[in-house]
Structure formats: C-alpha cells, structure tokens
Design a protein around this ligand. Structure first.
Ligand SMILES: [Fe+2]
Ligand SMILES: [Fe+2]
Length: 238
C-alpha cells in the first residue's frame, strides 16, 4: 500500500467524516474557532518539540532540519491566525493552556498516544536506530492525518468566506509525507496507522464536548431574549 492509499483510507474513515461535521460548527463561531486554531498551533509546536528531543544530530539531514523549521512556522502561522480570530477578545489565546485552547490537552494526548504506539511497533529495532524509526512512523501517521484534515479545514474556511488560508501548510505536509514514504516500513506502520484513527477519534470526542459547552452557553444566553431565534436556528448559523 503506498502513501496515497493510506491517505484515501484515512479520508474514508469515521475521523474524516466527523472532522467535517465538527469544523462546520467551529468555523462560524469566532471564540471556539480561535481556540481551536490555537489547539492546532499547539499540536504543531509539540510535534516540533518531539522531533528536536528525539532525533540525534548524527541522523539529521537537510530534510530533517527543514521539517522541524516547517512545523515551527506552521505553529507560528496558526498562532497568529488564532490571535486574529480572537480579535475582540484580546488575551483569549495567549498561551496553550486549557482555557486558551479547545481540547488542547486532548490534542497533546493524541500525539503522546501515537508516540507510544510507534514505540511498541519499533520495540525490536536496535537501540541506536529505535528513536529514528519511531520518528519516521509517528511522522508518517501524522502527515497522513494532516493530508486529510487540512484540506477539509481549508474547504470549511472557503465555504464560510473566512479570510485565512491553510493552503501553504497543506503543500508543506504533502512534501513531508513524500519524504516519510521514501523510507516507510509498512509492516511496522500498519498497527500505528490503525491506532491513529482511534486516537484521533478520542481527540474529536474531547473537542465535541468543549464545543457543546460553548454552544449551549451561547444558546442559553440567547434564549432568554430571543427564544424563537434559539429554537429555529442554533448558534452555528449566526
Ligand atoms: Fe505541520
Ligand atoms: Fe509535517
């Protein structure tokens, strides 16, 4: 199975379907949207931190250095986007703390869970090659998800006429995926890939819970004064 087939399998999964459903509720709600984009920034940042901590200088080449830099830029771009979206609520997305993200902790747990699954998959690799093998597996699984997630997100942004784009991130992640594919050990990748869908589903569960809380707080507030609006529309459509 080549990388494109993994992306197609991921795109046909439950996680992708739910991604679209949740993003269509998040994007029209500026507060939730700003916090969610800050969560994405946190994920990119934690990805960089993992890369820097796990990769040995002896194994780091030009592509490796470029990868760390690209992910840092993604974290920065998404952070700036979150700050811009928060506009009228300065300080709302200052840090990556729970109050400033949407399920930020669950997002980080997704990456840690993937790391642990990859560690199991490479347990029999010789000591001096193990963390590099883990990096390749974890990155490949994340890049597959990124190639499914970011295009869906881009379509939601366009559908709602939001003046931000993640197109340049999609292009970078596509290049990273090709690099990971070049040296992928499929026998080890299969179990990590299967676990990724479950872990991502748990992250979406957590996003959904926090989103519902924001939606019901807004609906509750609106219903006091405008019961018809609240009954007919719902928060997401205003
Ligand atoms: Fe990235
Ligand atoms: Fe990447």
């Amino acid at each position: 199975m080549n990388m494109k087939s993994y992306v197609e399998a991921c795109a046909g999964g439950d996680g992708a379907r739910r991604t679209e459903e949740i993003l269509l509720r998040i994007v029209p709600a500026p507060e939730a949207h700003a916090r969610f984009v800050n969560t994405l920034s946190r994920l990119e940042y934690v990805g960089v931190r993992k890369m820097l901590k796990s990769r040995r200088a002896e194994a780091l080449d030009l592509d490796g250095l470029q990868h760390a830099l690209d992910e840092t830029i993604h974290a920065l771009r998404l952070k700036k986007m979150a700050v811009a979206l928060a506009g009228r609520a300065p300080g709302a997305v200052d840090t990556y703390a729970d109050a400033h993200t949407l399920a930020g902790g669950a997002g980080e747990a997704y990456l840690q869970g993937l790391d642990a699954a990859a560690a199991d998959a490479v347990a029999d690799v010789p000591d001096d090659q193990r963390s590099e093998a883990n990096y390749r597996l974890t990155s490949a699984a994340i890049e597959v998800r990124a190639q499914v997630f970011y295009p869906i997100y881009e379509r939601c942004l366009r559908a709602h006429g939001i003046g931000h784009s993640v197109a340049s991130i999609v292009r970078d992640e596509d290049r990273h995926l090709e690099e990971m594919a070049a040296s992928l050990d499929e026998r080890r990748f299969e179990p990590a890939f299967a676990v990724e869908e479950q872990l991502f589903g748990r992250f979406l569960d957590a996003v959904d819970v926090e989103l519902r809380a924001i939606e019901s707080a807004r609906r509750g507030g609106g219903a006091v004064h405008r019961p018809l609006d609240a009954a007919a529309g719902g928060v997401g459509e205003r």
